[in-house]
Write a protein that binds this ligand. Sequence first.
Ligand code: PNS
Length: 168
Amino acid sequence: MTRTDHIAICPGSFDPITLGHEDIVRRALSFADQVIVAVAHQSSHRKTGMFSIEERVALIADVFADDPRVEAAQFEGLLVDFARSRGADLVVRGLRGVRDFEYEFQMALMNRELYPGMETVFLAPDAGRSFLSSTLVREIASVGGDVSRFVAEPVLRRIEERRATRST
Ligand code: PNS
């Protein structure tokens, strides 16, 4: 049996990428030949957040340095336009629970309306990671808490470097 390659996009804010995101991306590799982890941004909002867009992309690249099937990227504007430009046929999103569902379902339907050639795939995270979010990691890190169980080594290092430069 032959089939065409599947290129999946994992879009998000990734400020910063967490172990929860990493789990979803690695699961997506069981059915996608290539996964593009793409940081969405609007140039008018570039200054907001913990890490710049470039730093987020660099951290994603570091986290997946072991797997050439994963690419770190950024895009501005509509996800469907980026997906078309990259020949992607899948969008992958993690669903941490029912609280995510309403918004994710609405986005999936809208994206299909805008680009019928692309399907959204929802993945359940590792059970031990379903409570994780970038927002909570930022909050814990901002008050000096330990986030070592929630982010990969390169992200932790970057958070600690920032902490060190700010406290000198
Ligand atoms: O990590 P997030 O913030 O939950 O990710 C949301 C994201 C980036 C996937 C979503 O806001 C998005 O796709 N933005 C790109 C702009 C776009 O295409 N908007 C229309 C979605 S129907």
